[in-house]
Design a protein around this ligand. Sequence first.
Ligand code: NOJ
Length: 734
Amino acid sequence: MKKTIYSLVAIAFLATVAGCSAKDDTEKKIDRLISKMTLHEKVGQMNQLSGGEWLAEAVEKGEVGSILNCTDPAELNRIQRIAVEKSRLGIPLLIARDVIHGFKTIFPIPLGLAATFDPELVEKGARIAAVEASANGIRWTFSPMLDIARDPRWGRIAEGSGEDPYLDAMMGAAMVRGYQGNGDSTSVAACIKHFVGYGAAEGGRDYNTTEITERSLRNIYFPAFKAGVDAGAMTLMTSFNANDGIPSTGNKWLVKDVLRDEWGFGGIVVTDWNSAGEMIAHGFASDLKEATEEALDAGVDMDMMSYGYISFIEELVKEKKISEKQVDNAVRNILRLKFKLGLFDNPYIDEARAGETLYAPEHLEAAKQSAIEGAVLLKNDGVLPLKDVRTLLVTGPLADAPYEQLGTWAFDGDETHTVTPLEALKKDFNVIYEPGTEYSRDKSTALVARARSAAARVDAAVVFVGEEAILSGEAHSLSDLNLQGAQSELIAAVKQSCKKVIVVVMAGRPLTIGRDLENCDAMLYSFHPGTMGGEAIAELLEGKAVPSGKSPVTFLKTAGQAPMYYNHFNTGRPNNGSETLLDDIPLKAGQTSLGCTSYYLDSGYGPLFPFGYGLSYTTFDYSNLDIDKSSYSAKDTVRVSVDLKNTGEYDATEVVQLYVRDLVGSVVRPVKELKGFQRVELKAGETKAVTFALPVADLAFWTAGNDYSVEPGDFQLWVAGDSATGDPVSFSVK
Ligand code: NOJ
């Protein structure tokens, strides 16, 4: 036995030494390469360009380190051959692409993925995306987007995990692991973006200014980035916004002090598209040369598409405004990634096999499962799953829109592979199809009457509404979040002539669907569900699968409520039930007190649906919430248990959520914070004890003393099916 232990120790030691020397070997190779490079060639490595005709010449001269937006395997091999065989030092190019929710097999948009509360499945999806993308030469994706989004007017809310720092961190880390895999030739470098605060754009207008305090950055906006760094993310992208007057791409505190020094990030930092150049428009740099100096000084290694680095770094070095050492550090980070990805060993694509992995059956299956788990059931007055339904009206602009259901940032997805709900439902029902409106923004009601009369002839109607893909994503902010065009009219008309009306919403954001809820018997919110969305939705409607998705964002009653999120502060005037709504205010003056709390006269205090909300075909009962002690030290772990019973008739999965409130702090603390979740499967009638282990250390926050610590005091803890229900247990930290 002893001998075995000694051998194991020896093996571990040798492995460590071998690992070490392997690492040193790479560093030595990098040193050797850098010593051979001219300053011009070094700067070339720091330059990222979008594919184009003229690219070949620049690559041959060693003026390009990375390219994006070229996906044709033959073309990529051709350009790579120029880099490797014709440029002086033969350094391979790093090929990048926005692979955001799948490469060819498109998964639900990231907001929909977050609704699964299933990091394992999300990791699997990212792995699949990496397998498909890497087979086609892409070894760097600009994903995951980790921007916290508290305002659904912001179109890019679609691209992230929603409003919660903990969920965002779990999903982001899962994606990083999935993309990067075990480092083999299918590994695709992840890029955590956009650092930082981009989702807090004022008024939800994309690219807009943010005013986030250091405390909010550290408590709300940083955690997912820190988790991404800890998960080994190889690259990070700076954001477009200026926070507190400083554009991220020129923010030394952010990139050097926090990211590099505090978190120890050693990967590549890349600008967003021309975000270095945009510092001129921000009014932070007077010209591109100054912008280049600011970005490099901040610690940004690679310039995406501003042409500033390639044009001005050499001059800046000559003028001693920046040092060659700064340049070498950046080049070192870039070359290290190229070595890690194995590009120096084999930079080429096997063109004959490039297509082989695409749309593999297991990829489609995972995409379908993700769409099933990511759909949130918002309402069900007993009409779902569909029973005793033979003739079904399928209507609405998203019922048969193969491109639109893929959602934003699905450049490479091929809509001919999409399974639409119409196609899927036809397999099991006698379907009458009426488009209702031609597309989501179609204001014409010409086709609505046909849908209404068809609705009178069927057992049930499913109305597929929402947003076309182009209505969310970058630069696609909206100030009105109601269904566009004549979609609400269509729902109301169908309801007039049919008893069972189910609305399915495919959208890039939580829309204000309050009035539509009143005109239907059930509503399933699938976000943009991707390639397999149709099959997934059909299975859910038919009861072959049971909804389990939970909303990763707060659903608003009106756009005017934005920003509204569950983990807000209490204020000195919280809701106390005394609020008078507009309709109840006497027309004649005289009533002076309207409650005087923090609410809207016309939409009240709360949202339409809270964060974490989602129904099932069954019901769950939570009981016996308990913790192992009443008082803990900072090093302890709170052991939580609760009994969860499936009280309905369907086997189902519940996303069990753990929330905490720190009652009094040196600075005010959120009314609730998600600190854990689990997907728990239960047979009909079954009860399970669900346990959580919550380290007290996880209660730390950026205190008034400007450090991360857990402050002693009283806490409350909930375990529930959403962020708004349940009774807490109390404990203290000494
Ligand atoms: C701009 C977007 O903000 C960013 O997310 C994306 O990765 C780059 N363009 C590259 O396409």
